[in-house]
Design a protein around this ligand. Structure first.
Ligand SMILES: C[S@@+](CC[C@H](N)C(=O)[O-])C[C@H]1O[C@@H](n2cnc3c(N)ncnc32)[C@H](O)[C@@H]1O
Length: 264
């Protein structure tokens, strides 16, 4: 787990926020579209359709969260709001929070373009600016492994949930093919570029085992962990050429995403 102590290193969050304002992870889906204007309708349409393709298990998450005590949904680390939009279109009442202003501006623009409502707030997953038992459900996708104190952030998810509230978290899986491939090649996880062209990586990218996740979530009444997503767009042609049956079988064994389904 991370060595950073976020309580004693507040500047570190500024670095995380600056990194993610410059690194728009979903732009990986625009590789074949060099001339698309950032924030245009076409930009979002391509990203949304790619997310529906690669994040094939989103319908299961929606179904799980629909059984929450009410439809108030907090997305922690909403990024540019693509999944948030899908939840809003399903009738959830949306609050999105993220550290990175660059991502939040795009989320607001996306919601205006699609004419749906939601509130977006700049804030930190480790100190959520909400009262106890405020939300019926919480969703957080690919975020809490990028913050230094993941157990603290999960404790915050628990705190802001109503009794019987439901949460779904996606955390990176240590025991995965993707983690092994990055370990062998030494490649960074987020494929980010510096202005001079040299690659660098997110300030924090933790990978967890299922038992670490169970320990961090032990305060919840129920915790089910499913393994998904062998690999995605980052693997280019390898993804396209993998027979889908094999992809789905291996995803359930050595996939990169730990989907944590929680009930308070
Ligand atoms: C890989 S992106 C995922 C964004 C979005 N969930 C998605 O799937 O497109 C990680 C996001 O986590 C946010 N983030 C990282 N640490 C955070 C923290 N402590 N509090 C709030 N947001 C954080 C980053 O700003 C970034 O938008």
């Amino acid at each position: 787990m991370s060595n950073h102590n976020s309580d004693t290193d507040p500047d570190f969050f500024r670095q995380i926020s600056e990194f993610w304002s410059a690194q728009l992870n979903n732009e990986i889906f625009l590789r074949g579209h060099p001339d698309i204007e950032r924030g245009s309708k076409e930009y979002f349409d391509i990203i949304l359709s790619a997310r529906r393709k690669y994040i094939y298990y989103l319908p299961r998450i929606i179904e799980y969260l629909e059984a929450s005590p009410d439809n108030s949904l907090l997305e922690v680390g909403c990024g540019m709001g693509t999944d948030t939009l899908i939840f809003a279109e399903k009738g959830f009442q949306i609050t999105g929070i993220d550290l990175a202003q660059g991502h939040l501006q795009l989320a607001e623009r996306l919601f205006r373009l699609y004419n749906v409502s939601g509130e977006f707030i700049k804030g930190n997953a480790e100190i959520l600016p909400f009262s106890d038992e405020h939300f019926g459900c919480v969703f957080s996708f690919g975020v809490l492994h990028h913050t230094p104190n993941t157990p603290k952030a999960i404790q915050e998810v628990f705190r802001v949930l109503k009794p019987r509230g439901r949460a779904v978290l996606m955390l990176y899986n240590r025991m995965s093919l993707n983690n092994l491939a990055h370990w062998i090649t030494g490649k960074g996880f987020e494929n980010a570029r510096r202005e001079n062209g040299a690659r660098h990586d997110a300030p924090v990218t933790q990978r967890f085992t299922k038992s670490q996740v169970r320990r961090m979530c032990s305060m919840f009444r129920d915790c089910e962990i499913r393994v998904e997503y062998l690999y995605g767009a980052g693997w280019g042609k390898v993804y396209d050429l993998t027979p889908k049956l094999i992809y789905h079988i291996l995803s359930r064994i050595i996939g990169w995403h730990l989907l944590v389904y929680l009930t308070k």
